[in-house]
Design a protein around this ligand. Structure first.
Ligand SMILES: Nc1ncnc2c1ncn2[C@@H]1O[C@H](COP(=O)(O)OP(=O)(O)O)[C@@H](O)[C@H]1O
Ligand SMILES: O=C(CO)[C@@H](O)[C@H](O)COP(=O)(O)O
Length: 497
């Protein structure tokens, strides 16, 4: 059948997997780190050509014989990034990313223009939170007026890689719902949200067509030659990294909970209808299979653990060994890890805090554990909203870099009181992108392939990486989590605006 490549343009790196569906095996992987330009004003930016260069490097690391067998490529990307293009398709400015908190004033301006967050939810399903694409446009109009004046097209990070691969412009509903402009119930742009973002021009002219999830386009022949790929290679619709991780963790049927521990922490679940919260406690996104994906996102997951590891001079990959003698609750050390502001809980101007230090508990190991626990408490805070709304789950499918840590897997099981599975294919987003490409090719060749059946057949849990909740630890975490909530209430007024 040939090979299907999944590319994931994450915040920290680009990852490539080449999947052989006949052998049910990932036959090649490659990765290339990405830089991040960070400003004191909360800005977080990357250049689109960094992504392209990293994709080129990934392909160059794959055996030419493997590249020659590729049938199709699916692209996954960090959500919400703003990539403005001019008429000729050239990028006009660095991409402001999902974790850029410098545009909170613009979030408020857009929401005020339609009558507040509740009205945004009525119109489109979501308020405009820090990081969502919409707020980056008025910011660009104010601070990069030349780029704004020449802007002809708006893309998201994975759309840009699709454009580079094929020369075609499109968006699909999953990633598009993270702009804040898509009415997720109707799966179409909200004219009111677009007008509130820019009253002076019709933004629909800048947005490429929305395509269905099984869309396929041809690779540019010259690029295929350069990358050592056959001219016959097709590129699927792709999607946001969480949408692709949903496919790559088999979350294409209701009732499954996926959790990704990467730069961001996310939890999400497939739904066959729009699941909108009138209080906006979760992101009411579409998925990239034709369904929906209610999602919780925190901005400081491995951001917190990486920061502590860097400070203490070790790699997070060696972190588990350091944690060997630590216990739930980190001997009383509590971190609220909102290092660059936070989306869940909604504290865009927040900063990190450390509580409960004593002369005896302040060790590297407890500090690292407190960062991990703090990142998980934020996710638990979001999860409680989903449970409050009546959603129920029986297990967690874990993915993202943090899923490689046995301590984190056990912590997830204990804190959520649910069994944890980790798919064999550790790069859930890249693998999901490869599966989407395979599904689209099967449909294009006349089959009526069902993506949930396909994911069930190809996503295999790795029994060595599963974790079961321990009742004693679950009840200990309940008490520690209450402490997190108390301290959260205490710091809220400090970061109100
Ligand atoms: N064994 C491990 N223990 C803890 N954290 C890990 C481990 N392996 C990788 N990570 C973390 O995973 C993160 C990268 O995750 P990834 O999902 O690739 O991020 P992104 O998609 O945001 O670029 C790194 O910050 C790293 O600290
Ligand atoms: O903003 C969100 C989801 O809404 C983030 O989940 C981004 O999509 C970034 O993902 P990672 O690079 O952390 O995987």
């Amino acid at each position: 059948m040939g090979l299907f490549v999944g590319l994931d343009v994450g915040t920290q790196s680009v990852k490539l997997v080449a999947y052989d569906p006949d052998a049910r095996q990932i036959v090649a992987t490659a990765g290339q780190p990405l830089d991040l330009a960070a400003g004191d004003d909360g800005s977080r930016e990357q250049r689109a050509d960094w992504w392209v260069d990293a994709v080129r490097v990934c392909f160059s690391r794959i055996d030419p014989a493997v590249r020659a067998r590729v049938v199709a490529i699916g692209v996954s990307g960090q959500q919400h990034g703003f990539v403005p293009l001019d008429r000729s398709g050239s990028v006009l400015a660095p991409a402001k990313l999902w974790n850029d908190t410098s545009t909170t004033a613009e979030c408020d301006e857009i929401m005020d223009a339609v009558g507040g967050p509740a009205r945004c939810i009525e119109l489109a399903g979501n308020p405009i939170l820090a990081g969502y694409t919409a707020s980056k446009l008025p910011w660009t109009r104010k601070h990069r007026s030349q780029a704004y004046a020449r802007m002809a097209t708006i893309l998201l990070p994975h759309d840009y890689i699709n454009y580079w691969l094929t020369g075609e412009l499109w968006m699909e509903h999953g990633d598009a719902s993270g702009t804040g402009w898509l009415d997720v119930r109707r799966r179409d742009w909200s004219p009111e949200m677009l007008a509130a973002t820019d009253p002076d021009r019709d933004l629909r002219e800048c947005l490429p067509p929305l395509v269905p999830a099984d869309h396929l386009a041809k690779i540019r022949p010259a690029l295929a030659d350069e990358l050592g790929l056959p001219h016959s290679v097709r590129v699927s619709a792709g999607g946001g990294d969480n949408m692709m991780a949903a496919i790559g963790t088999g979350n294409v049927v209701p009732g499954v909970l996926s959790m990704s521990l990467g730069t961001s922490g996310t939890i999400f679940t497939y739904a066959d209808r729009a699941v909108v919260d009138d209080q906006g406690r979760w992101a009411a996104f579409c998925d990239s299979t034709g369904g929906w994906l209610p999602l919780i996102c925190t901005m400081n997951c491995t951001v917190a653990t990486e920061s502590v590891a860097r400070l203490c001079g070790f790699s997070t990959r060696d972190g588990d060994a350091l944690l060997a003698n630590t216990r739930p609750g980190a001997d009383g050390l509590l971190m609220l890890p909102f290092l660059n502001g936070e989306r869940t809980p909604d504290l865009p101007h927040g900063r990190g805090s450390l509580f409960g230090m004593t002369a005896t508990n302040l060790s590297r190991a407890n500090l690292y554990r407190a960062a991990m626990e703090g990142a998980m408490y934020s996710l638990k805070y979001g999860y409680d909203g989903l449970v409050d709304a009546g959603l129920r789950f029986e297990a967690v499918r874990l993915t993202g870099g943090g899923s490689q840590s046995a301590v984190w897997r056990q912590m997830a099981a204990d804190m959520f009181g649910l069994p944890v599975d980790v798919p064999e294919q550790a790069e859930g987003a890249a693998f999901g992108a490869a599966l989407q490409a395979m599904w689209a090719v099967e449909r294009a060749s006349g089959g009526d392939a069902d993506l949930s059946a396909l994911a069930a057949a190809h996503v295999q849990p790795d029994p060595r990486l599963s974790a079961q909740p321990h009742a004693e630890a679950t009840s200990a975490y309940q008490a520690h989590y209450q402490r997190f909530l108390t301290h959260l209430d205490a710091i809220r007024p400090l970061y109100a605006d």
